[in-house]
Structure formats: C-alpha cells, structure tokens
Design a protein around this ligand. Structure first.
Ligand SMILES: [Zn+2]
Length: 527
C-alpha cells in the first residue's frame, strides 16, 4: 500500500484472522481531548468537539444500523467560516446534505444575532425535528415507525410511564416524595403527548401537527429529571435492562434539544465568529471497479480522514465524529495516524474494513501512509498472536454514541490536562467522568500527536501569517496504563515531544519528522 511492503490483501487477511480469534479486541473507550494549543484557530478544541459531536448525532437520520455518518467541522483559514464535511459508510447522502444546508442557513442567521437567542433556538429546533423525525419516531418506538428494531417492543414513553408508577417505586432516602411526584407529573405529561401522537391517523397528512407534538415530546424529555428517574428505578423491582435502557433512551431524546441549544450558543458566540459562513459538503470515496461487488467498506471516519490526505491544503479539523462510536480498526488507525481525534470507540472489530489505498493522494504522503499501514499490520499481527493464546468471554458493548461529556469550561480542561501531563507518568484514570451510563467503559486520555495540517494554506487570512502547529501537552505524557477490563492492560507509550515546538510553513516532511519519530506504539497485553 502506498509503495510500502504491505499489500491491501495482506492487511485484509490479518484482519480476518484476528476477527476469527477476537471480535472485541478492546473495551469501549473514551479518548479525551488534548489541551488547546493552536493560536491560529478561533474554535477552541472543546467547542469544535462539541459542534462536530452534536452534528454527528443529528446526522443519523435513520435507524439503519449499518449506516454510519461521520462529520467534521473545518475552520476556514480566514477564521470567518466553517465547512461541515459529511461522509457515510454506505448509501446516499443527498437528503441529509440538503437538510444540513437549511440547518447551516439557520446557524448563519443566529451568528448575525438578528433575533433573540430563544427565537434562534426555536427555529433551529424545528429544523432538527424535521431532519430527524423518523429517527425520533423510531427511538420512541412509535407505531408510525415500525421497523425490525422496534417491532414487538413496547413504546418508550409507555414504558417510562409504567416504570415510574410501578408499585415497587417508593420515596426513600435520595428520592423525596415531592421529587417522585414531580417525576410522575412529567411522565404523565409525556404520556399524554405520546398518546396524541399515536392517535394521529397519518403523519404525512398532518405533518405540521406531528412536528409540533414530536418537538414537544423532545422538550419534555429534556426537562425530565433523570436523577429522579435513576433513583426511582434503582429502588424498584423492575428488570435491570429497563433500569439501564430508560434513562439512556430519555437522554438520547433530550439530546435533540441540548444539541440545538449548544449549536445556537456556538453560532451566536461573539468571540468566535466562524458561523458567519457555514458551508456543507459531502465526501464519498468511490470503490474502484475491481472492488465494486466486494464486501469491503471504507468506514465514514476513514473517508473524512482521507479527504484531508487527498486535499492537504485544507485546514484540518481536530475531530472527526460519527453517529456511532468508532470501531476498533478506525480507532487504531486514527491513533497511529495521529492527525485527528475520534472521541470514542466501542472496541469491536469489523472484518470488512479497508483502507482506500486507490485514492490518488499526493505522493509526498505515500511514505508516511505506508509506514502507518505497516504499523497497523504489525499491531494486528501482535493481537493475533496474543489472541490465539487466550480465551475470552465477550460482553458486546452498545455501539451507539454515548451521551456527551459533561461540559466544562475549556480553560479548566486545559488546566487540568496540563497538570496531568506535566506531573504524571503512569495514570490509572483521568479525573474526568462522563455523563451517562459508562460504568462499563473506561476513560483513556490517549497520548495522540495533536492534529496538524501538513501543507501551507493557499489563502491564509493574513499574508504574513506564520501558521503554527503547537504540540499539545497531552502528547508529553510518557507512559499510561489503563486497565480495560479484568485481566487486560493496555500500555501506551509515547515518546517525549518537544515542548512549545512550532512548525512553520508546513513542509510536509518536516511536519512528519517532527511529529512521527516518537509516534506512540500500542501494545495490548492479555494475561
Ligand atoms: Zn470504523
């Protein structure tokens, strides 16, 4: 591949071998962000991640489990605009692109601050409901959206209503009578709205009202006290699966509103005017004729990564987010590549995963890409060797995107990460705990090389701009050990990257040399 020693067929064979031995090479993992370090960007790291993650969540308009969308937010060099770039691992993107363009116009309007914030939120929220109506109906398990996924399962709101009113749910310490009553009132209101939705004979004939009722359900879900629900369910005799499913499902409904709110806040931010111009562009890597009928797929996240390999002069985003957590191979490839972050992985291996080595990327990048492919295969070979000696029990993780991280001010994020990076060499677990039910997951701050754009921008905003890539301090972490599950330990070693280094002018080889000789090597040890 790319002129190196590894062929695509060899890589695929290794992947197939590993799949036979170990379908779940890693546990679910959260990859925490590196601190901010690039003065040329207007978007902070945390804001970029938040926007891309929200857009990726909204881009999942269907419940086709095999369809995964990836989204990134590319800041323009003049700092006065962004491009929302979208890829999908399968299927047609045109409908989503069309709806995202409307969404982009609303965000541009919000950036102009012509209306009140409440009005902007309401306008965007209406568009979100239009965009995601079928996905929301499916999440609700509404009779209007019967799919194989929802068939035979009770409706979400009905389950919620019954659960919180279950005889076994009682006020106790940690759940006052008044908070339980307030939760029951909310559940009753939601149930009334849902009954109204289900009583509609044809949503297509009553589109306006359907959007209104669904929007109201989302808002009520957003207001629903999840802490009360959690406490009520814990005290009940209900099935453990309900106890886990209900708060997650209500949280996902609520996210349509919180994502809207956060996007409007980002767009209206006076200190970061990048939403004045919002472009939406699809990207799809076509399979070559020889692979048209093959089962191989270029995953959506990999497609976006290769967009920037194919177009090295575009400013690279720092995050590539997707509508589901990244698979094991995508996560590993991003880790070895080091140019972008994916927020999390579910750790599962898909053996039809492939790399688009047929794409005509600039020849200057071939050397590095072939080295990455070699390291990828070596890591997988090592996994094969170890997996062939061990026997594993599988507990397959939920692949859907987990609830977003708790929000913290970007300054405190930087401060905390800097403190960790400067003091720790061995870390059991970072101090951040994410929202949602992540009891089965573990946080790992991966010592990634910070994202970088390899070539000089063609139209930098200031002609004398010295474009810089500052190496993030997280890359300075020397060794991290994170137990992924009983009996397994992942050891990441990262060489020390030069503190405060700046790379100017983007000669691609120089960038590579600066960033790559000490690339982290991944070893996974099974005991
Ligand atoms: Zn993947």
């Amino acid at each position: 591949m790319w002129g190196g020693a590894i062929t695509r067929l060899q890589l695929q064979q290794t992947i197939s071998r590993l799949r036979k031995l170990d379908e779940l090479p890693e546990g679910p993992r959260e990859n925490l962000a590196v601190p901010e370090g690039d003065q040329t960007r207007r978007l902070s790291i945390s804001r970029e991640k938040e926007i891309a993650s929200n857009l990726a969540f909204l881009s999942a308009t269907t419940d086709e489990s095999l369809k995964v969308m990836a989204v990134c937010v590319e800041e323009h060099y003049n700092s006065e605009g962004i491009t929302i770039r979208i890829a999908s691992n399968t299927g047609d993107l045109s409908a989503v692109i069309q709806e995202f363009m409307t969404l982009a116009k609303i965000l541009e309007q919000a950036a102009r601050r012509e209306n009140s914030k409440a009005e902007d939120i309401e306008t965007l929220f209406r568009q979100v409901v239009v965009l995601d109506l079928y996905r929301i109906l499916s999440r609700l398990r509404s009779r209007h959206r019967k799919t194989w996924k929802t068939a035979g399962r009770p409706a979400l709101i009905t389950q919620l209503h019954e659960a919180i009113n279950d005889k076994s749910v009682k006020a106790r310490s940690g759940l006052t009578k008044s908070s339980l009553e307030a939760g029951r009132d909310r559940a009753r209101a939601l149930h009334a709205l849902f009954t109204k939705l289900e009583s509609m004979s044809d949503l297509h004939a009553e589109t306006g009202e359907a959007h209104e009722v669904v929007g109201e359900i989302i808002k009520q879900a957003h207001e629903f006290p999840l802490v009360t629900l959690g406490a009520a369910l814990q005290s009940s005799m209900l099935e453990p699966t309900s106890k886990q499913y209900l708060p997650e499902a209500i949280g996902k409904l609520a996210r349509y509103y919180s994502a809207t709110f956060e996007l409007v806040c980002a767009a209206r931010d006076r200190t970061c005017r990048v939403f004045q111009n919002v472009q939406v562009e699809p990207f799809q890597i076509q399979m070559p004729a020889s692979l048209q009928k093959s089962p191989w797929k270029v995953h959506a996240e990999i497609q976006l990564l290769f967009f920037y390999e194919f177009h090295p002069r575009y400013q690279r985003p720092r995050f590539i987010c997707s509508s589901k957590s990244a698979c094991y191979l995508c996560n590993l490839f991003f880790f070895l590549h080091g140019g972008f972050h994916v927020p999390r992985t579910h750790g599962r291996l898909y053996d039809k995963w492939t790399l688009p080595d047929w794409l005509d990327v600039p020849v200057e990048r071939h050397g590095e890409l072939s080295r990455i492919a070699t390291r990828l295969k070596a890591t997988l070979d090592d996994k094969v060797r170890r997996a062939s000696k061990s026997q594993k029990q599988y507990h397959f993780p939920n692949e859907s995107v987990l609830l977003p991280l708790a929000h913290w001010p970007s300054s405190s994020l930087s401060r905390n990460l800097s403190a960790q990076a400067s003091t720790s060499t061995v870390q059991r677990r970072p101090p951040f705990v994410q929202e949602g039910d992540l009891s089965a997951s573990l946080c790992t701050e991966m010592p990634l090389t910070p994202p970088r754009t390899p070539l000089e921008p063609p139209h930098a905003g200031n002609s004398d701009t010295e474009t810089r890539v500052a190496l993030g301090e997280a890359a300075l972490t020397d060794v991290q050990m994170t137990p992924t599950r009983e009996g397994a330990t992942d050891i990441f070693t990262a060489g020390s990257a030069a503190k405060d280094s700046k790379i100017t002018g983007y000669p691609s080889e120089k960038t590579s040399q600066m960033a790559l000789p000490n690339r982290p090597t991944l070893f996974v040890v099974w005991h």
